[in-house]
Ligand binder design. Structure first.
Ligand code: PTJ
Length: 248
């Protein structure tokens, strides 16, 4: 459905259309619609705005990703449908591989996500091939030996689950974008950006491009990451949602 740009909730409805189109194209799981609805509810409580606590997290995330030796971008069916071009751009500016990792097992959907990312400019997309993430038993345990398995920093947008904890237990650092500050992923991640992936991705890209130009020293980057208080950021997000001043 074409959403008229004059509609007061145009951005939200257009984003919903992207997810619906993702399901129709076989990229997004049918469960992705429910996940999106959950995200919409949290976003409504945020007033559908990027708040200072998210901007702070974006700054640290940019530093952490730039300082990584082997950063990898994990892509599921919702992230691919919502921000394919941005994922490809992030992969290019970081020199980080894109890797498909999905919860609802489907080899066909994994291939479709990879093909969709390539249609949006990706040169290469890694597919999961071996059960290398320890401590979990579902499909997300599968990953690529040259990608997530050997990554030091993993970017995990839009996911609530036990994989983040498993990655951290393997000694990796995790950056997430998740509208739900209460999710296991948000709580376990090194840096949690509580914002809509469609708003946060362009900001993250801009931040990384800016930092690259300034050629921030490794020491400065380390300090930014060391001082990052993820729990305090999540508290601020929860308190913003509770304040009830979030009209859309
Ligand atoms: O493609 P698959 O099989 O890997 O499945 C992907 C989904 C997202 C369906 C799967 O990972 C899942 O079921 O996720 P959950 O447990 O519903 O968690 C998704 C999280 O993302 C929730 O915390 C939502 O609040 C959040 N979320 C939803 N939409 C957005 C979002 N966060 C940021 N931006 C969004 N647009």
């Amino acid at each position: 459905m074409a959403v008229p740009t004059s509609h007061p909730r145009y951005i939200s409805l257009a984003t919903r259309e992207l997810i619906a189109a993702g399901v129709e194209a076989g990229i997004t799981s049918i469960h992705g619609l429910i996940a999106h609805g959950r995200g919409e509810a949290f976003d409504y409580l945020l007033g559908e705005k990027t708040h200072p606590f998210a901007k702070d997290a974006i700054r640290t995330a940019a530093a952490l990703l730039l300082a990584a030796n082997h950063p990898v971008l994990s892509v599921n069916g919702n992230a691919a449908a919502l921000v394919p071009k941005e994922l490809v751009r992030l992969s290019v500016i970081l020199g980080a591989p894109l890797e498909v990792n999905i919860f609802h097992s489907s080899k066909k959907r994994e291939r479709k996500i990879a093909a969709f990312l390539k249609k949006n400019g990706a040169k290469e997309v890694l597919l999961p091939s071996a059960a290398l993430i320890k401590g979990i038993r579902h499909n997300r345990r599968l990953c690529n030996p040259s990608g997530i398995a050997k990554a030091d920093v993993v970017f995990v947008p839009l996911e609530d689950g036990d994989r983040c904890g498993a990655l951290v237990a393997m000694g990796k650092r995790v950056v997430t974008i998740d509208l739900n500050p209460l999710s296991r992923t948000s709580r376990m991640a090194t840096v949690s950006i509580v914002d809509n992936v469609v708003r946060a991705m362009p900001l993250l890209i801009r931040e990384i491009e800016g930092m690259k130009k300034k050629s921030r020293s490794r020491h400065q980057t380390r300090l930014l990451v060391k001082d990052h208080a993820n729990k305090a950021i999540l508290k601020k997000a929860i308190s913003r949602m509770r304040s009830g001043n979030s009209s859309c």
